[in-house]
Design a protein around this ligand. Structure first.
Ligand SMILES: Cc1cc2nc3c(=O)[nH]c(=O)nc-3n(C[C@H](O)[C@H](O)[C@H](O)COP(=O)(O)OP(=O)(O)OC[C@H]3O[C@@H](n4cnc5c(N)ncnc54)[C@H](O)[C@@H]3O)c2cc1C
Length: 521
């Protein structure tokens, strides 16, 4: 981590935190744009004194274990709105007890062996960007303590296979570090979640993360050739293959395992040559529904745009990508040979037939696409200012097949808007489009009384989640289950599948050490 410290709350590095004057100035601008929020910004509370660690680290592991307050605090929450608020207020009531940072697999084995022998809960920790309580040490009192295993020292690209176009990468490597190490080979992983800056490969695999490309390889599932992980019962390593029909896939069990089966240490993943050609365009539609129909027509025609992101009028206005009168479809094509422009021509034609008006010359990017992209990556920083100015901001996401899409989105928006109330905003965009459906993503921005943020958010989250389930959508398309989504995940999974998964967990984690409280009851 180059000796830099992450903030103990919110997004980014401690040395990047804007000054109080800068936060005040940003709050004034945001208040003008939103029409709510206070310019009297609140300052973050320090970490303070934490509860004494309940585990005693043996001398042999002391060099790789930390019990200092900052390290424990920065490993006790993820990065959801709830987490940011609690960190901001210095509320670390049930922190993790010890943070281990093994430098190699032998050290990981030693630390896991110790924790399991102690009966402690073990929480794997990648970049800590979970938005579903995945890294929170909230475990039953029957555990004598919690050990967080931070894999960030396992941060290297170990091998590049430029014949098969794949790389063996350690689980703690962040996505920017992976790109940096692949660049000299002319290769890219091309996996860009919004939280790109801090996400690790292991975290992405454990949560079945989704990148921001709308189609094509964009889910981490699409990239994984094989996974290596340490479970309390021993090593789990799958065969490296381009594909296999040999029974249920061992990779599949680790994909989305959320730290509940073991610690992923490395994976072989597919990589790509950097695309040489790119074409981008923005198309305006009178309504979100017409834009969605056009996006569907594009993917159902067999075109696979890299970007096919539909933003509703409200979100376009909030992100400065538009004036709020139209929905905007952002389209992009990438290719290794010079066909991106031709593919864009076909897509734009379909959009025109669906009532759309292209507003940016093909191939130029710029305009709405760039404004929106900028706001997309700035969003996690912006959220910290929102917390300081008494504004609730959070997102939730799902997926649904096209034939239910319009009714579904209308009912989720309606229920959530009612729960949020005036003058809050609930907007929607499509993050991923498939031939048979799409992933609607909702953003909530609303004023909230200081001190009532957690209650307010829990209520909105409950209403939104119930509306999603009532409409037949998944409780999560790419944010994972964690602790926060467990009640709704529980009601969606088949009972026989749950029994099978529970037995699988028992086989690799007989003492239930691994991340108790996520995925499993
Ligand atoms: C602003 C913001 C934007 C986001 N945008 C996206 C997005 O576009 N797409 C998306 O998919 N997600 C997104 N997320 C959610 C989050 O970034 C992802 O879930 C991400 O994949 C988590 O990776 P991480 O390395 O931070 O893992 P962590 O947060 O550290 O951990 C997440 C879960 O994985 C487990 N885990 C971590 N590392 C390992 C390992 N090596 N072995 C076993 N288990 C492990 C943890 O125990 C935990 O359950 C966003 C989050 C934020 C805050």
């Amino acid at each position: 981590m180059n000796g830099r410290r992450r903030k103990h709350w919110g997004w980014g590095w401690a040395d990047e935190q804007p000054s109080p004057d800068e936060v005040r100035a940003a709050a004034a601008g945001l208040r003008e744009h939103l029409g709510f929020g206070s310019v009297e910004v609140e300052a973050p509370a320090p970490v303070g004194t934490l509860r004494a660690p309940r585990l005693e680290v043996p001398g042999t592991l002391a060099a790789i274990c930390s019990v200092d307050a900052h390290t424990r605090a920065t490993h006790s929450y993820g990065a959801s709105y709830r987490d940011v608020v609690r960190g901001f207020r210095g509320a670390f009531d049930a922190p993790t007890d010890v943070v281990a940072r093994p430098g190699n697999e032998e050290e990981l084995e030693a630390v896991l062996e110790w924790a399991v022998a102690e009966g402690a809960a073990v929480i794997p920790f990648g970049g800590g960007t979970s938005v579903v309580g995945g890294v929170e040490p909230s475990v039953p009192d029957s555990y004598p303590g919690v050990l967080t295993v931070d894999v960030s020292a396992l941060d290297r690209v170990l091998e590049v296979d430029s014949v098969s176009l794949a790389a063996r990468i350690q689980a703690g490597a962040t996505l920017p570090a992976i790109e940096e190490q692949l660049r000299p080979h002319g290769l890219t992983l091309r996996f860009y979640p919004q939280s790109f800056e801090f996400v690790t490969l292991g975290g992405a695999i454990a949560t079945r993360g989704g990148g921001h490309f709308a189609t094509g390889p964009t889910h981490i599932d699409d990239f994984v050739e094989s996974v290596r992980a340490l479970t309390p019962a021993g090593w789990w390593e799958s065969l490296r293959l381009p594909s296999s029909g040999a029974g249920p896939s061992p990779d599949r069990l680790m994909l989305g395992s959320e730290g509940a089966l073991g610690v992923i240490t490395e994976a072989w993943v597919r990589v790509l040559h950097r695309p040489a050609f790119r074409a981008a365009a923005a198309v305006h539609f009178p309504t979100f529904w017409e834009g969605a129909a056009a996006a569907r027509a594009v993917v159902q025609s067999g075109l696979r745009p890299a970007n096919c992101r539909l933003i509703d009028p409200d979100e376009a206005r909030l992100t400065f990508a538009g004036d709020g009168s139209v929905a905007i479809l952002l389209l992009a094509f990438e290719s290794g040979v010079d066909v991106a422009g031709t593919l864009m021509g076909h897509a734009v034609k379909l959009c025109r037939e669906g009532g759309g008006t292209p507003v940016e010359p093909r191939g130029e990017g710029g305009g709405a696409s760039e404004v929106w992209r900028e706001s997309f990556f700035r969003a996690p920083y912006l959220r910290d200012t929102f917390v300081a100015m008494g504004v609730m901001s959070e997102t939730f996401e799902t997926a649904i097949t096209w034939e239910r899409f319009e009714t579904f989105v209308s009912s989720v928006l309606g229920a959530t808007r009612e729960a949020v109330g005036h003058p809050g905003h609930v907007s929607c965009r499509l993050t991923h489009v498939y031939a048979d459906g799409c992933a609607p993503y909702f953003t909530v921005v609303a004023p909230v009384a200081r001190g009532f943020e957690l209650e307010r958010w829990s209520e909105v989250k409950r209403v939104a989640s119930e509306a999603i389930l009532a409409g037949g959508g998944t409780i999560t398309h790419h944010h994972a289950v964690g602790r926060d989504h467990l009640p709704w995940y529980r009601s969606q999974r088949p009972q026989a599948f749950n029994r099978a998964m529970t037995e699988a967990k028992r086989a690799v984690d007989p003492g239930s050490a691994m991340n108790p409280g996520v995925l499993f009851d």
